[in-house]
Design a protein around this ligand. Structure first.
Ligand code: CA
Length: 472
């Protein structure tokens, strides 16, 4: 029987928001947080120290579902309301007509990206596909808002919104208590927990376990997309763990954040225990990942620079651990970089899907890394594209080897960093490394042209922002 796959996906969790160190040394954040189940997973599997996502929710999730880079799928910012972009007006820059309605199951829907999804292909190959938690694939009132239209047999609590109204059962997981009439964030389908003291993370875990039990009973392999709303805003006290952190030297925000992280980690432990109890843990792959860096409200992910939405490492580098029983080597570390679109071909290969059934994508399978085969992708270029004014400057960026190039659209300015020797991206080397800057600017330009990436418009000229190679 093909292996079951559990994708344990956390929202807005930074690289260091865990007691499992992803850096070469233990940092303050590793001391602040307590995630014993992540530590255990890393002892059993492979810790990826340079895993990347995009810098914000929906683009990462669409890349995961389609294997495509955000420049190509054009869902480059977070989605929510149909035909509406969250980008505020800007004096110079206007975002392009991006795919603000998200992913769709049919061709030609306005402002959507259409593709065969990862769960669809798994479904066609006999998998039970289970969606639990945050979806955030398509705008409200579009087909993509319902995971069942995108290849999932079961949907628990997923819809258009990228955050819960509340994590608290007593508030029915709604924001209505805070802001009457604000119902767009209401978590659907968890009515039986309404009015209880069950924290959302726990409710999702209980439901996921039940769905897994049913799949095992049916005798089919399953794909569990365990997509926690945690630790995205609104940051609310998980009372099961909060008192432990209160008064322990952390700020009030950090104590709340730490409790939410521990609640998420407990979920990982509970699910693993459940797999053991069902007797399927030896044939179940577990992949842990986050969809972008920690939010700007959280304590900085030192030594990384920046936070969610930014192209710096603090925005895009995320925790990742992979455990493949009988294949991955226990307690090992993988230092080569991977990016979120790589998950798509990887999972299909893990599931034994015939290669002719695996669509051509931007992702590259990291199965060889897990098998301990000789892999050298250090010169592979990877890309980010955010032509938006929402909460940050618009940019395109890339990494190749130890180099990171960032192109700021508004200023038409380039930044070059040596990630290997300057992980904190403190020294811009554009002036001293002119040849490297030129080389990367050309590669980035070619990629943006090849993917037909949408560039923002300069209000003063009405024209699209020029390509980076024009500003070397
Ligand atoms: Ca996110």
């Amino acid at each position: 029987m093909p292996p079951n796959i559990v994708f344990f996906f956390v929202d807005d969790m930074g690289w260091q928001d865990t007691s499992l160190p992803f850096h070469t040394e233990v940092t303050q954040l590793n001391e602040n947080y307590y995630t014993p189940n992540m530590v255990q997973l890393a002892e059993d599997g492979v810790k990826f120290t340079q895993a990347y996502a995009t810098a914000v929710c929906s683009p990462s999730r669409i890349s995961l579902m389609t294997g495509m880079n955000a420049a190509r799928h054009m869902v480059t910012n977070w989605t929510l309301r149909k035909d509406q972009s969250p980008d505020p007006e800007h004096s110079i820059i206007q975002p392009p007509e991006w795919n603000m309605n998200g992913l769709s199951n049919q061709k030609g829907d306005s402002l959507t990206y259409f593709a065969t999804t990862l769960p669809q292909i798994l479904q066609q190959n006999g998998y039970q596909t289970i969606h639990v938690g945050k979806a955030h694939f398509g705008a409200k009132d579009t087909p993509g808002s319902d995971p069942r239209n995108l290849g999932f047999d079961v949907n628990i609590a997923g819809h258009a919104a990228g955050g819960p109204g509340s994590y608290l059962g007593k508030y029915n997981y709604s924001a209505d208590w805070r802001q009457p009439g604000n119902l767009i964030w209401d978590v659907p389908g968890l009515d039986k927990y309404h009015g209880t003291d069950v924290f959302l993370t726990e409710a999702l875990t209980i439901e996921a376990k039940e769905a897994v039990s049913e799949a095992v009973e049916d005798g089919s392999p399953f794909y569990l997309y365990m997509s926690h709303y945690a630790i995205h805003a609104p940051w609310e006290k998980d009372e099961r763990f909060y008192t432990k952190y209160e008064g322990g030297g952390l700020s009030q925000f950090d104590a709340v954040f730490a409790a939410m992280i521990e609640g998420m980690d407990k979920s990982l432990g509970d699910i693993r225990e459940h797999l053991n109890n069902l007797g399927v843990s030896d044939n179940t792959i577990i992949v842990f990942m986050s969809d972008n860096g920690s939010p700007k409200q959280a304590t900085r992910n030192l030594p990384l620079r920046g936070h969610k939405l930014l192209p710096y490492e603090g925005g895009v580098r995320v925790p990742m651990v992979v455990y493949w029983p009988g294949v991955s080597q226990a307690g090992t570390t993988e230092d080569q970089y991977v990016i979120i679109e790589d998950v798509f071909p990887t999972f299909l290969e893990m599931a034994g899907v015939a290669s002719k059934q695996i669509p051509e994508t931007d992702g590259i399978s990291f199965v060889p890394m897990l098998k301990g085969e000789e892999v050298d992708e250090q010169e592979r270029p990877i890309f980010w594209h955010f032509p938006h004014t929402y909460d940050q400057f618009p940019y395109s960026a890339m990494r190749k080897g130890k180099w990171k190039l960032i192109y700021r659209h508004t200023e038409r300015a380039l930044e070059l960093y040596d990630i290997e020797n300057d992980l904190g991206e403190s020294t811009n080397l554009v002036e001293s490394e002119t040849q490297k800057t030129e080389e990367l600017a050309k590669i980035l330009t070619s990629y943006l042209l090849e993917t037909r990436a949408l560039m923002p418009i300069d209000n003063r000229t009405g024209k699209a922002i020029e390509m980076p190679s024009e500003h070397i």
